[in-house]
Structures are given as C-alpha cells and as structure tokens.
Design a protein around this ligand. Structure first.
Ligand SMILES: Cc1ncc(COP(=O)(O)O)c(C=O)c1O
Length: 682
C-alpha cells in the first residue's frame, strides 16, 4: 500500500507514505509508475468551502486539476479508481437525493467536485462515491462530530443548525461499504452514506448524549444566520437505495454510525493514529537556535532563502525607497485582496497613519479594546483624541457590537476592533452598528481593524485584511507575528483616497504626484503638502517580508497543527480553559492564550510562570488591560473596574509557546509540563 499526502505526513502500518503535490503532473505520474497500483482511492480535495468561494483558481487546481492529473497518470494502468465525492453536488432542495437527480451545486466546492466527478466517470470501471463523512482526525481540522464533542468538553454553548440536514457517515462505516462495493466490482455513481438523515442540531445533541454530556449546550441555530461566504444546501440527505440493492446489505443508520464513532473514541483510535504520525520534518532552526534551548512564547522563522533575499538587496542599488517596498505591498495585496497597501516601519505607525487618514482630531473619540497592546489606543492619543474602551467578550477576548454600541456618541470618529490572538471580531455585526449610528448622528465613523495579530486569519472565508466591512486594516510584522520584517507594519484598504493619504503621510507629506508636468520647475522639485512623518520601511525589510509572505500558508498550517495538539492533549484537564474558534472566523493562532483558575489551582500566575521557566518554558501575559496603565489612568481617568470582562480575562490569562519553528518535541515538553502542573494539584 502506498499513501500519498500533500502537507501532513502520515505513517500507516504496512504502507509506504510519500509526499506529492498532485497538481504537479510529472511528480504524480512518477509515483504511479513506480508503484503500479491495483486500486486508487482518490480522496485528495480542498474542503474549506468559504475560502474556495473566493479562490476560483485555487479551488479548481485542488479539486479538478488533481483529478485530471490522476486520470492522465493512470492512462496506461488498469487500476480501479474510487473517487470520493460529496453531498455538496446536490442543491439542498428537499431530499433525500438520489443519483438520478441532476446535480445543482450551490457553491464552488460542490461545483469543482462535480467537475471532478464527471472526469472520473469517464474512466471505465471507476466508482464515484458521494458522501459526507466524519471521524477522528489525525490533526489540524476537526470533523463535525469532534467539533461538537470538543465544545461539550470545554463546556461551551455551540449552535447546531436545525435547518441543515445530512446523512453523514462515520469514516469506519464508509470504509466497510467501499470494501463491499469493491468486492462486488461496483462501478458508476453511488451515494454512500447513512440510510437516514438528521439535522446538524440533532447530530450535535446525539454526540453530546453519547459522550455523557448534557445536551442543553447545543443550541438551535440557522444556516441563514451564519453569514457564510459560500451558499450551503439545506437538505443534503442522501438516498442510498441503489447502493443497498447493489450490495444486498443495508447501510447503517446515523445512530448506528455515531455509536461506532463513540466506541472507537473509547478505544482511543485517535491516540493510536496519532502515535503512528510520522515525526514532522523538524523545522530548520540551526541558523538561529533559541538561546539555551529555551521555548519562548513566540519567535520568528527565518530560512536560508529569507537571508538570501536580504543579502541580494544589500548588494543592490536600493536600500530604501526602492522597488522592494512595492513588491512587498503587492504580496500583501495579493494575499488579502486589499486593493491598496502601504507598508510602513511598524504596526504602531500604521495605526497612527490610519487615524490621521481618518482626520482624527482632539474633538473626537475612538472606541477600542482594553485587551490589547497599548499601541491600539496610543494611535488615537497621538492625534489628540480621547480613547474609550468597550468591554470584551469573555470567551473570545474580542470587543462586540453590544459593548461598543453604548459608547458611540456624535464625537466618535473611529472604532478600532482588535482581532485578539488572531481570531477576527464579528465585523459584519460591528459594520451594521456603525451604519446605524452614522445614520442616527449624521456623522462619519471609520471602522479601523487592528489586525496586527491576524495576518493569515479569515473572516467568513475571506482573508482578514480584505477590508470587506472596514475602512482600513493595520498589520504588524514584529518578529513574534506571522510574517516578520524585523519591525514593520502596513495599512490595507479598498479605498483609493485613504490609501493615497496614508502613502503621502508615510513620507513627510511630501509629494510630486499632485503637480502637472507644467507645474514642475525641474526633476528635483517636490512639495510638502501635509504634515507627515518618516514612517518608511526599508527595501531590506521588504525583501524579507516578501520572502516570508511566500511561507505564510505554511506558517499558519504549522501553528494550527500545534494548536490541534495542544487542544487534544490539554482538553478536559482541571483549572484550565482552552481557546475556542468559530468556523466562520478561522484564526491564524498568533497566540495560544489559555486561562488558568489560579485560585483553584493553588498557585498564582507568577509561581506558574516561574515553575515553567525551570523547564525552560517562557510564557507571556496578553494583556494587562490598557485601562490599567498609569498613563491612561492619569490622563483619561480609566482603571480596573471599567471593563470587568477584560479585568477577569487578565486575571487568568497566560499565553503558552506557539510559533511555526516550534518542534514537535518542544510541544510535547510544554504539554507534559502544563499537564504536570495541573494534575499535581488534584
Ligand atoms: C494588537 C496590536 N496592535 C498594535 C501593535 C503594534 O505593532 P508594532 O509592534 O509593529 O508597532 C501590536 C504589537 O504587538 C499589537 O499586538
């Protein structure tokens, strides 16, 4: 047996496992020719439905091109092809849907899978299985059943869609049905799923029930309220009569399949699978080893190609004000979709210039989060404005429309939500509030995202920084951030005028662009037309930034693998609350901030930090609320008590080490030490 993987190496007993990018035809064909398979099960696919909706090219490459390459690579082979397709090829009209129904996918995911099905069905003997599966994941992504279970374990209320129906099957049952189908030599198109259907709400409650949790934490929700980027079919239940008749056996019911999922959970199938995981190729840290083998809370990842990019600029003509700045801005624009990007020399400078572009002055107020680095509020104070602090949601650490609403007055000029630890605030909700308040007061209120934590995160499937709901977003490229330029930042916007204003202010307010050729006395000439700053970033830094941007998807993926491991191995321990993530707001995990009940643990935060230091683990506190800082207390009369949720968060929070260059061994070490602390107290 040969297992081919793309990003996540796996080890399967008795199987060779090799990495291959299936969009690379030559590489794929070489694997197939070397191995000469009898059966090929094609389950490679992208399933990030919302991200794919806005990434036509990426979706096509991952779902259709891979299939075409595979079919081409198999042209001279007699191997049986089994293609794993999806229930998303059906429209979502009332089901159950059978194979005779004309597919009418509602989103790009379904459309690309349908296109791939059509290719696969051209191959004689190919079996196309339309399904929807869940199971115990090795890493990274949670299946829907695991997601409901995790919420129960962490005692979080979650919503299950009452109006979304499906026939999802446990992957172990899918395996058995496919094995039976192969034994019978089935080919053509079949629904391979459970024989009945249920809503996602009932599914969530069934999971809770099976694992002995109270079902009241699974609340009824509606797909319509979820603001997904991609449309979702409501009824995706599948009719499996054709399969059952062909096999002469019944498919399991959803209850039976879930019971098997639970039984495998009790038997620790996941632990056994994880134990079989190949060790990740260790990140290359030789060049910049952490001092004394310490495990810090965050740090950069620099490869030889980053150094080569910097080296090339250092030997070239431009150290600053050259072409590498625009190239870095273009890379940020390409990644986020923001039309205008202005790179500057820090995240703080970005926030300051964004406030200036919004013409913020002493007559104004700015509403932001207390749970942030002081720069979020300082930027407003630089302009003479008064900061106001909205309290946070105690679970996400983000400010919400409900907390912002009472603070908005006719003096409010800017609202600056901070995407704490990388997870986006609910921007649609905040946008709606601002629209309503602008209409009420007849004022202009700018929505400015402090996205300094959130490059690489998504909101409703779109990259944070796309500014779909905001006027501007600011990024930071400090070394603990996802992408570093040493120091650095950027303002992103879809608004050409705001972009031009920030660009002007970045460099003293000096311009030539406003002059016609006739107004130019000579090539030396420029004018200062506004009071700006020298907030320029160098070409050296931008060369590093562009090189780092190419690695951003890998950085995010690696952090998410580590988070998955933290979540799995710290779940259910006493006195600790783990971070949560909503599927509409995928986090880049800039930080992994847990909360300890220090009182119940019988150790204060300092003792915990010092104990971990003994094991070379260095944690950090995010954040001392801005309202607590002496400067803000003295100048604006803030203090503890202003934002009780932020105060409570501060009392409990501690950020554990998390960075892409963190090795598996370091992660295991941190987990073991934290577990030791928590279980010693029982
Ligand atoms: C939320 C937030 N905003 C702004 C900043 C300021 O960014 P910089 O350090 O690049 O000036 C930071 C930096 O840590 C931050 O975390």
């Amino acid at each position: 047996m040969l297992g081919l993987y793309h990003r996540n190496p796996v080890r399967i007993p008795g199987a060779a496992c090799r990495g291959v990018d299936m969009t690379d035809y030559a590489a794929l064909r070489a694997e197939i020719q070397n191995f000469t398979p009898d059966v090929v099960i094609h389950c490679a696919s992208r399933t990030d439905v919302d991200a794919m909706e806005v990434d036509e090219e990426g979706a096509w490459r991952a779902n259709v091109l891979t299939t075409r390459n595979l079919l081409d690579a198999l042209r001279d082979s007699g191997a049986k092809l089994i293609f794993i397709s999806t229930d998303a090829v059906y429209s979502g009209a009332p089901g159950p849907h059978d194979e005779e129904e004309f597919p009418a996918p509602l989103n790009r995911y379904g459309k690309t899978k349908r296109a791939a099905e059509q290719l696969a069905l051209q191959r004689p003997g190919a079996l196309v299985a339309r399904t929807n599966i869940y199971g115990w994941n090795l890493r990274d992504k949670l299946s829907i059943a695991e997601w409901f279970l995790r919420a129960q374990q962490q005692k979080h209320a979650v919503s299950g869609f009452a109006d979304a129906l499906f026939s999802s099957i446990y992957v172990g049952d899918l395996h058995d049905l496919l094995e039976a189908a192969m034994a019978k030599g089935l080919d053509g198109l079949y629904n391979v799923a459970c024989r009945d259907g249920m809503s996602k709400l009932d599914f969530g409650r069934a999971v809770a029930d099976l694992f002995g949790f109270d079902t009241h934490l699974v609340l009824p929700g509606s797909v319509r309220d979820a603001h997904f980027t991609a449309s979702r079919g409501l009824d995706l239940t599948l009719d499996v009569t054709a399969l059952e008749q062909a096999l002469g056996q019944l498919a399991p019911t959803m209850a039976e399949s879930l019971a098997r999922f639970a039984a495998d959970g009790q038997a620790d199938v996941q632990g056994q699978l994880r134990a079989g995981l190949a060790a990740e190729p260790e990140p290359e840290q030789a060049r910049y080893p952490a001092p004394d083998g310490r495990v810090p809370y965050g740090r950069q990842w620099l490869d030889d190609d980053d150094l080569a990019a910097v080296d090339a600029v250092m030997r070239g003509a431009w150290l600053t004000q050259g072409p590498h700045v625009a190239a870095f801005e273009q890379a940020l624009s390409d990644y986020t979709g923001a039309a205008h990007v202005v790179a500057v020399n820090s995240g703080t400078a970005a926030l300051h210039l964004a406030c200036m572009a919004a013409e913020l002055g002493p007559e104004h107020e700015v509403i932001t989060s207390p749970l942030t680095f002081a720069a979020s509020a300082n930027a407003a104070v630089y302009c003479g404005a008064t900061p106001r602090f909205a309290d946070i949601d105690p679970i996400t650490g983000n400010i919400t429309a409900d907390a912002i609403a009472p603070l908005i007055t006719p003096r409010t000029r800017i609202v600056t939500p901070v995407h704490f630890a990388g997870q986006s605030c609910d921007m649609a909700e905040i946008r709606a509030l601002i629209d309503a308040k602008q209409a009420e007061f007849g004022t202009r209120i700018y929505l400015l995202e402090d996205a300094c934590h959130a490059l690489g995160s998504t909101y409703g499937g779109k990259p944070v920084g796309a500014c779909e709901y905001s006027d501007m977003a600011c990024m930071s490229f400090h070394p603990v951030k996802h992408v570093t330029t040493g120091e650095g930042g950027a303002v992103l916007t879809q608004d050409v005028a705001l972009g031009e204003r920030v660009r002007l202010l970045r460099s003293h307010g000096i311009s030539r662009d406003h002059l016609t050729p006739e107004q130019m006395p000579g090539p030396w000439y420029y004018e200062q037309i506004a009071l700006g700053f020298n907030y320029r970033i160098t070409d050296i830094q931008c060369a590093l930034g562009t090189s780092q941007m190419a690695k951003l998807p890998r950085f995010v993926a690696r952090r998410r693998v580590l988070v998955e491991r933290y979540n799995a191995e710290l779940a259910g321990l006493p006195h600790i609350t783990l971070p949560t993530e909503s599927p509409e707001r995928l986090s880049n995990y800039h930080l992994y901030t847990v909360r300890f009940d220090f009182a119940a643990l019988g150790m204060d935060r300092k003792a915990v930090m010092l104990k971990l230091n003994e094991d070379h683990i260095y944690t950090q506190v995010h954040y001392i609320p801005v309202t607590h800082h002496p400067y803000y207390r003295q100048r604006f009369g803030t203090g503890p008590g202003d934002c009780p949720h932020a105060d409570a968060f501060y009392a409990q929070c501690l950020s554990l080490p998390l960075y892409p260059a963190m090795s598996d061994a370091d992660a295991a070490h941190v987990i073991a030490c934290v577990r030791g602390l928590l279980t010693a107290s029982r």
